[in-house]
Design a protein around this ligand. Structure first.
Ligand SMILES: Cc1cc2nc3c(=O)[nH]c(=O)nc-3n(C[C@H](O)[C@H](O)[C@H](O)COP(=O)(O)OP(=O)(O)OC[C@H]3O[C@@H](n4cnc5c(N)ncnc54)[C@H](O)[C@@H]3O)c2cc1C
Length: 408
């Protein structure tokens, strides 16, 4: 009888897991990965689209091209997951499994905020998916001064540093256009600082102050009024805007909630360290679909994928899954066109200054703005398509390395 592993979602996490499993398991293991379409988007590049620094077309490639031969790639909508029967239903098929990996990511829902739909594409914009990023590019092209507000509607949201990068790049962009002096830029967030971790938050707040970017913290978005051009918080505080950019409310995919395996907002309750689904045997979760308390980021999906592959192989060999994952996350933070910072942290250890990835040598600098980090940010796209998606190893462990960090 065939031994079957089914992977749900062929984005960052699902592609790496599928390819990595194929590299390690013999042919008697059938590996199937399912996604609703054949368009893999390099999402970090979406940040650059509104500023004309990257084009949507160049960020989108065929998923099939990046899935190894020997992995069965199915294009279909997943509509139900039955963990009792160990079965997944799509519009056209039913798949049984011995192990299931859920990597269905998350989605933005502008319609969750009162007034947002009416303002969408006219007064309120986002760069979180390709069409919207292109619409925002056109809007920023026409922008002739005024107040640009970047608002985060709710937590959790994908790529916690992207809104900060957006306001920093907006500062660079408006200077380049020669209209910075007649423009105001404000970051509005439900968090208590620019980022979830206090030390990195302080560094980022200082950078925002130097760039004359305003910041409003603890603002829980309730409504958007496109006609009168203001946003209002749950507490009744109003902030006016000329152009509004938002990270809309973010939930996990509807198939997770429709199948009754979610935490109330579409994420799968997941063991923080083994990455097993808490209530379901032989089910693992990777990337944005988990509810683990670390960033929803591609780097995290990648580190988690390594742990999930290890633990599935351990289970196959009759060994208990290990509590390996530590919440490790690594993110470049663009400061302007030409410079970037970099953070590396986990559940317990905040971003620290130092060098990365080689201790003392780098070439990248942690928690500092450098030109080399910008080169790293740009070079990462090549690495993503050509090395990481294929499930190849760079030799680094998936957990945080303290060597090279400046403690104290
Ligand atoms: C603007 C922006 C900037 C970012 N910048 C960075 C960055 O600099 N660094 C970084 O590390 N991360 C960044 N990220 C985040 C990163 O892209 C994501 O965290 C990462 O892609 C998550 O991988 P995933 O596999 O969990 O989800 P995804 O890659 O989103 O894949 C999920 C897949 O599941 C499929 N799927 C979902 N539901 C179904 C269904 N019912 N049926 C069929 N298919 C389904 C989807 O089609 C999708 O392909 C950024 C994201 C954005 C939007």
């Amino acid at each position: 009888m065939a031994k079957k592993i089914v992977v749900l979602g062929a984005g960052t996490g699902g592609t790496i897991v599928s390819n990595n499993l194929r590299r390690h398991l013999p042919d008697e293991w059938e590996i199937t990965v399912i996604d609703r379409d054949d368009k893999h988007v390099y999402q970090p590049g979406l940040l650059f689209v509104p500023f004309g620094l990257q084009k949507v077309g160049s960020l989108t490639r065929s998923r099939k091209r990046y899935i190894l031969k020997g992995v069965n790639f199915v294009i279909d909508e997943i509509i139900n997951i039955d963990t009792a029967k160990r079965e997944v239903t799509t519009r056209n098929h039913t798949f049984s499994y011995d192990f299931l990996v859920i990597s269905t990511g998350c989605r933005v829902l502008p319609e969750e905020t009162d007034g947002m739909e009416e303002a969408w594409g006219k007064d309120a914009f986002t760069f979180y998916y390709p069409d919207a990023a292109e619409t925002l590019r056109q809007k920023l092209n026409e922008f002739d001064g005024g107040k640009l507000v970047m608002d985060i509607a709710d937590v959790p949201f994908k790529c916690p540093v992207a809104p900060i990068e957006f306001v920093f790049l907006a500062d660079w962009f408006l200077k380049k256009k020669g209209i910075r002096k007649k423009s105001e830029i404000e970051l509005v967030t439900p968090l208590q600082g620019a980022f979830t971790k206090p030390k990195a938050s302080a560094v980022l707040s200082e950078a925002a102050r130097e760039k004359n970017v305003g910041m409003r913290t603890g603002f829980q978005l309730n409504t958007v009024n496109g006609k009168e051009k203001y946003i209002e918080s749950v507490q009744g505080e109003k902030i006016s805007f000329d152009t509004l950019v938002v990270v809309p409310t973010t939930f996990g995919d509807s198939v997770i909630s429709d199948s009754g395996i979610d935490d109330g907002i579409g994420y799968v309750p997941t063991h923080h360290n083994t990455l097993q689904a808490l209530k379901h045997e032989r089910v693992y979760v990777v990337g944005d679909a988990t509810n683990v308390p670390t960033s929803k980021a591609g780097s995290v999906a990648h580190y988690e994928a390594d742990v999930v592959v290890f633990n599935i192989m351990a289970e196959i060999h009759g060994v208990k899954p290990e509590e390996i994952f530590d919440g490790h996350s690594t993110c470049f933070i663009v400061y302007s066109k030409g410079t970037s910072s970099l953070i590396d942290f986990n559940y317990k250890i905040e971003p620290l200054p130092g060098k990365f990835p080689a201790p003392h040598l780098g070439p990248f600098s942690l928690l500092r703005e450098t030109k080399m980090n910008w080169k790293g940010k740009l070079g990462f796209e090549w690495l993503y398509w050509n090395v990481l998606l294929a499930g190849r190893h760079l030799g680094a462990p998936p957990t945080l390395v303290m060597a090279g960090k400046e403690v104290g």
